[in-house]
Design a protein around this ligand. Structure first.
Ligand code: C2E
Ligand code: CA
Ligand code: CA
Length: 727
C-alpha cells in the first residue's frame, strides 16, 4: 500500500511530479510566448509611435512650409463635398461646401470674379485643362476682399473617369496684386501725363518715352526707343553737366531750351534722376521734361506787364527806380525831369476820371517822341511823369527838353468835344550833383517841382548853382515879356565911318533893354535867351520898327543919308512870313527900303543856304542891302558865298583885335580880297584904336565901326552926333 501507496504515491507523486513538470514547462512556454508577444507588441508600439511622430513631424513640416510660403492647402472630396484645409493663417474661414452651387465656395468669391473662376474650374473638371489656376478675390474673415491665387488638380477619378478628389493650394496675393495695380496706375499715369518722360539704361540708350515726350520734342516713340541719347536737342555741355551731376548726387533739375524735330524752339524744365540696383549701381536714368514754353512766354508777358503802366503803356515807377539804380551803379551822369500837371485834380473832378485818364494817355503820347536814344519817359503814378536823360548833365540839353515838355503840355488837348488847356511844372535833378541814390534824386526832383509850381516857375533845377542860372533865365524871360509890354526896349545906334572920307555913312541899330529895377541888361545876356524862347521875334519887329521910324525921321530932317543896319536873328530869318513882316513895317513907317540894311550872321545863312538864298533875293529885290555879320567866325564855303546876294562883309571884331599880328593881318587881308573879288564892301567891327584904324585903311577896308568912332548912342545922342558929322 505504502508501495502502492508509495507506488501510488510515487506514481501519484510521479504523475504529480510529471504534471508539475509539464506545468512548469507550459508556464515557461507561456511566459516566453508572452514575452515574445509583449516584445513584439512593444516593438510595434515603438515603431508605430515613431511612425506616428514621423507623420506628425512631416505634417508639422508641411504645415510650417505652407505657412512660411503663405500658401494654404486644400483637399476637396468632390463626391461628398467635404473639404480639408490647412488654413494656416486663419484669415479665410470658408463656410461648408455647398454642393448646390458652382463653384462650391461661391459664397466667398467676389461677384465680379465668379464667372471667371467657374469657367476655369469647369474646364479642369471636364478634363479640358491640365490644372486649375485662377486669381480672384476671396472674402476674408473681416469681410474684406483679398486677392488669392488658387491652384489645384484632380487627383482621383471613379471607374467612370469622373473626378472624385481634387487638391491644391491657394496663396494670398493681395499685396502682389496691390503692387501690380499700383504699377499699372503708375504706368498709365506716365503714359497720360503731359510731361515728357524718357527712361534710359545705364549706357544712355533710350528704354522708354511716353507720348508727352513725343508731343514736346516731336520724336516718335518707335524711332527713339533703343537709340542712344542724342545731344542735338540741348547743348552738349549741358547734357554732360546733367549726367555728371546725376551720377554724383543722384539728381539734377533746371531749365533748358531745345529744338524740336520741326526746328521750333521749346523751353523745358527738366528733372533728371537715376535708378540704382541693390548694389548701388546705376541701372537707369529717368528724365521728366516739363514744357515751359507757354509759361515762360506768359511769364515774360507778365514781367512786361509788371513793368508797364497799363494806362499809358509807359514804363512804370519800378522800372524808373531800377533803371536809375543802374545809372547810379555805373556812376553815369543822368538828368531826371519830374513833372506833373497843375490842378490835375480839378480837371479830374470836373470832367470825370475817364477823361482824366484819356488826358494822361495823350500826355504820354505827346511827350514820348521827345525821348531820344538815351532818354526814357516814365509814368510814376497819378499825373506824375519822369523824363530821364541818361549819360548827360548838359544843362542846355536839359533846359531845352524841359521847355519842350512844357510847350507840349500846354498845347490844347481835344477829348470828346472838350478842349483842355493845362500846364505843368518840372523839377530837375542831376546825378550825381543832386543826390547819390534814386530815392534821394526823386525826392529832390519833387521838391524842385513843388517850388516850380509855387513860384509859378515852370521848371526849376534842384541844384543851387544851376537853380540860380535857371531862375535867372526864367527871370530874364519874364522880364523880356514884361519889357515888351512896358516898352523897355530901346534902340541905340552905332555910327559907321567911311575910311577914305572919314564921313558918317550909316549906323547899326543895337537893342538896349533898360529896366527900371535892374537897369541896362546887355544884349549878349538876353538875346540868346530871347532866341530860345522865341521872344526875339517880337524884339526884332520892335527894333526894326523903331529903327525905321528913327531913320525915316532923320532922313526927312536931312540929318543922315545912307542906311540903317538892323540885325536879323536866326529865328527871325526862318519865319515863313519874314518878307511880309518887313514889308509891313516899311510900309507903316514909310522908310524907303534902300535906306535899310539887314545884318545876318554867317551861321544863320549856312543853316539852310538854299532857303537863305531865296529869302536874300527877295530882300534884295526890294532894294534892301544885306551884310554878312561876324564874317570869318562861321564856316561859309566860298562857293556859297558867291551865290549869296550880299552887299557887305562885316569883319568880326576878333580879327580886328588880332590885326597887329601877322596872322591877324593876313586874315583881314584875305577877307578884304574875297570881298573885293565878290564886289562886296567891307566893314571892320569893333575898331577901338587909331592903330587898328590905320591898319584897316592900309588893307583897303571900306568902313569901320567901333568905339574909336563912337559907342552905340541913344536916338537923341545919335541925332546930335549925326548933325555934327553930316556928310
Ligand atoms: P553885333 O551885331 O556884332 O553887334 C556889335 C556889338 O559889338 C555890339 O554889342 C556893340 O555894342 C559892340 N561893339 C561895337 N563897337 C565895339 C568896340 O569898339 N569894342 C567893343 N568891345 N564892342 C563894340 P551889343 O550891342 O552888346 O550887341 C551884342 C550882340 O547882340 C550883337 O552883336 C548882336 O549879335 C546882338 N544884337 C544887338 N542888338 C540886336 C538886335 O536888335 N537884334 C538882334 N537880332 N541882335 C542884336
Ligand atoms: Ca550886327
Ligand atoms: Ca558883328
Amino acid at each position: 500500500m505504502s508501495f502502492s501507496f508509495t507506488c501510488q504515491a510515487q506514481e501519484q507523486s510521479n504523475s504529480i511530479f510529471l504534471s508539475n513538470k509539464i506545468d512548469i514547462s507550459f508556464m515557461l512556454m507561456l511566459c516566453l510566448f508572452a514575452i515574445v508577444i509583449a516584445a513584439f507588441l512593444l516593438y510595434n508600439l515603438i515603431r508605430f509611435r515613431r511612425y506616428q511622430s514621423d507623420i506628425t513631424a512631416s505634417d508639422e513640416r508641411l504645415k510650417l512650409s505652407l505657412w512660411a510660403s503663405g500658401d494654404e492647402m486644400w483637399d476637396w472630396n468632390i463626391a461628398d463635398g467635404t473639404l480639408y484645409r490647412t488654413n494656416a493663417n486663419g484669415v479665410y474661414t470658408l463656410p461648408s461646401i455647398d454642393l448646390d452651387t458652382f463653384p462650391p465656395n461661391k459664397a466667398v468669391i467676389h461677384p465680379n470674379d465668379l464667372v471667371r473662376v467657374a469657367k476655369k474650374l469647369k474646364l479642369h473638371l471636364d478634363g479640358d485643362s491640365e490644372s486649375f489656376e485662377c486669381a480672384y478675390r476671396l472674402k476674408s474673415n473681416d469681410n474684406s476682399w483679398n486677392w488669392v491665387l488658387d491652384k489645384g488638380k484632380v487627383v482621383s477619378f471613379d471607374e467612370d473617369g469622373s473626378p472624385i478628389r481634387m487638391t491644391g493650394t491657394f496663396k494670398d496675393i493681395h499685396q502682389l496684386k496691390k503692387i501690380e495695380n499700383n504699377l499699372k496706375i503708375f504706368a498709365q499715369s506716365i503714359e497720360s501725363i503731359a510731361e515728357g518722360v524718357i527712361i534710359f539704361d545705364a549706357q544712355l540708350s533710350v528704354v522708354h518715352v511716353n507720348p508727352g515726350y513725343e508731343i514736346i520734342t516731336g520724336h516718335k516713340v518707335t524711332e527713339i526707343v533703343g537709340t542712344k541719347l542724342k545731344f542735338n536737342q540741348i547743348s552738349m555741355s549741358l547734357a554732360q553737366e546733367i549726367k555728371s551731376e546725376v551720377d554724383r548726387i543722384g539728381h539734377w533739375q533746371g531749365d533748358v531750351s531745345g529744338q524740336n524735330v520741326s526746328g521750333g524752339f521749346y523751353m523745358a524744365y527738366i528733372t533728371a534722376n537715376c535708378i540704382k540696383d541693390e548694389q548701388g549701381k546705376i541701372t537707369n536714368y529717368v528724365a521728366i521734361v516739363s514744357d515751359t514754353t507757354k509759361r515762360k512766354r506768359t511769364e515774360a508777358k507778365l514781367v512786361k506787364m509788371a513793368k508797364t503802366d497799363t494806362l499809358t503803356g509807359l514804363p512804370n515807377r519800378d522800372v524808373f527806380f531800377s533803371n536809375l539804380q543802374k545809372q547810379v551803379s555805373k556812376k553815369s551822369p543822368t538828368a531826371v525831369l519830374v513833372f506833373d500837371l497843375d490842378d490835375f485834380k480839378k480837371i479830374n473832378d470836373s470832367v470825370g476820371h475817364q477823361l482824366g485818364d484819356e488826358l494822361l494817355k495823350q500826355i504820354g503820347d505827346r511827350i514820348k517822341p521827345l525821348a531820344e536814344d538815351n532818354d526814357t519817359l516814365y509814368r510814376l503814378g497819378g499825373d506824375e511823369f519822369a523824363f530821364v536823360m541818361e549819360n548827360t548833365n548838359d544843362i542846355h540839353k536839359v533846359t531845352l527838353a524841359a521847355k519842350q515838355i512844357l510847350t507840349l503840355l500846354s498845347t490844347p488837348y481835344r477829348i470828346n468835344q472838350h478842349e483842355f488847356v493845362i500846364a505843368g511844372s518840372i523839377g530837375i535833378v542831376l546825378y550825381p550833383d543832386d543826390g547819390l541814390k534814386p530815392e534821394t534824386l526823386l525826392r529832390n526832383a519833387d521838391t524842385a517841382m513843388y517850388y516850380a509850381k509855387a513860384d509859378g516857375n515852370k521848371y526849376l533845377f534842384f541844384n543851387n548853382e544851376m537853380n540860380k542860372q535857371a531862375v535867372k533865365r526864367l527871370q530874364i524871360e519874364n522880364l523880356i515879356r514884361h519889357g515888351l509890354k512896358e516898352d523897355y526896349f530901346e534902340v541905340y545906334y552905332q555910327p559907321k565911318s567911311n575910311l577914305k572920307t572919314d564921313k558918317l555913312v550909316g549906323m547899326e541899330a543895337l537893342v538896349r533893354f533898360i529896366t527900371p529895377k535892374k537897369g541896362l541888361i546887355s544884349p549878349s545876356v538876353f538875346i540868346p535867351i530871347a532866341e530860345e524862347t522865341g521872344q526875339i521875334i517880337d524884339i526884332g519887329d520892335l527894333v526894326l520898327r523903331k529903327a525905321c521910324i528913327d531913320m525915316k525921321r532923320w532922313i526927312d530932317n536931312d540929318i543922315i543919308t545912307g542906311r540903317v543896319a538892323v540885325n536879323l536873328s536866326a529865328r527871325q530869318f526862318t519865319l515863313p512870313d519874314l518878307i511880309e513882316r518887313i514889308d509891313t513895317i516899311l510900309a507903316e513907317t514909310g522908310l524907303n527900303p534902300t535906306n535899310l540894311e539887314l545884318e545876318i550872321t554867317e551861321g544863320t545863312v549856312m543853316d539852310n543856304p538854299k532857303h537863305a538864298i531865296t529869302i536874300m533875293h527877295q530882300l534884295r529885290e526890294r532894294g534892301i542891302h544885306l551884310a554878312l555879320d561876324d564874317f570869318g567866325t562861321g564856316y561859309s564855303s566860298l562857293s556859297y558865298l558867291r551865290k549869296f546876294p550880299l552887299n557887305t562883309l562885316k569883319i568880326d571884331k576878333a580879327f580886328v583885335d588880332d590885326c597887329s599880328t601877322n596872322i591877324g593881318k593876313a586874315m583881314i587881308d584875305t577877307i578884304v580880297t574875297i570881298a573885293r573879288n565878290l564886289s562886296l564892301s567891307t566893314v571892320a567891327e569893333g575898331v577901338e584904336t587909331e592903330e587898328q584904324k590905320a591898319l584897316m585903311s592900309s588893307m583897303k577896308c571900306d568902313v569901320i565901326q567901333g568905339y574909336l568912332y563912337s559907342k552905340p548912342l541913344s536916338a537923341k545922342e545919335f541925332s546930335r552926333f549925326a548933325n555934327k558929322h553930316k556928310a
